[in-house]
Ligand binder design. Sequence first.
Ligand SMILES: *Cc1c(COP(=O)(O)O)cnc(C)c1O
Length: 432
Amino acid sequence: MHSFEYKNGSLFCEDVDLQQIAEEYGTPSYVYSAATLRDNYTRLDEALTELDHGIEYAVKANSNLSVLKLLADLGSGFDIVSGGELKRVIAAGGDPAKCTFAGVGKTRDEIVYAIEQGIYCFNAESEAEVAFIDKVAGELGKKAPVAIRVNPNVDAKTHKYISTGKSENKFGVDFEFIEAAYERASKLENITLRGLQMHIGSQLTDVKPFIEAAEKVAPLAARLKELYGIEFFSIGGGVGIVYSPALASGSTEWWESHTEEARPLTPERYAVGVVPFLKDLGLKILVEPGRYIAGNAGVMLTECLYEKKGTAKTFKVVDAGMNDLIRPALYEGHHEIVPVKEPTKQTPHITMDVVGPICETGDFFCQNRDLPDFAEGEFIALLSSGAYGFVMASNYNTRGLPAEILVDGDSARVIRPRQSVDAILESEIANL
Ligand SMILES: *Cc1c(COP(=O)(O)O)cnc(C)c1O
């Protein structure tokens, strides 16, 4: 469910016409729906009411301060993967005491900063890291809270670049070694073993891998509670969203037109699947959703600059490139593309490649896709761009980062202005 739909012949985000947004703020721009962000958060929160639980929003999915503030106001905690992200959470008014710190390569500076800010827990990904956190905490005269990430070796059946829960992935400690790792960690003086963590992958649209992992790891969590008094078990993030059909899946009717079994994963079904394995553990259960919260809450708007008809193909060249939205180039991510002006029955469909201006063959948003035709000067929206969109944008080809806009009801607010080229050059000119 989301708040993007055609009204009166134009694509709207909540009560705001995206044609007006594109004209007023220019393109490429990201537009987020506050209502969708809130709704996604609340639905998951309610689905998990049976459990003593906490939501740790995965900041890396969309780290704009206004997005973080909106979630902090709902009571969200945050899963961070760098010191920079912790700084963001604090700047947005989030509570460090509700932060978990993930990632395989935390540096000394990041560990010091996180200890000083009093985060809830480090989720360590190797024994070497546990030993290092112990050493740094000792130097500060503090005790650091630590959980270890277990790699449960289950197949998330997602794209190979976003699968994390198999033994061949770099993440976590192998299931076979985890108890010994806790045993050794329990002997360290400057850490407290506070929890157990896992995260099997991203964009899962089937509940089975989640169930498989919960069933396999819950008994381990129970033993670690017995032995070391851990207080939480984080089951990670990974709940997927509907990339196709993205626009249609915004409506209640679309969901109701599918039987329960034929529906993509919902927070309710996720909860029904995993709760039975977790509810009697007596542990606080944490979830770390990123994409699920922000993915369908955002679109990227871009303008069609040129049409080019070659012998083989029709190309639509747009003013956004892979530097603005890299998911298609990076992991074959699919984004539904719709014209902002609603196509009519008369609008012809043509097979096209929508491509950006970047000097890379991988700079495309779709290839050989049948889409309603649109003309030069018209705007299109790349749907489901709210997660892993702007956060991965770069200055490649010396292009400024796109603007970010937050819609709430009938109001729209720039939450990050478009970056100027002067801003890109500034620090280099100062060092010329
Ligand atoms: C990226 C990440 C998440 C969020 O994944 P989504 O698929 O966006 O829900 C959660 N936990 C950890 C440890 C991560 O690295």
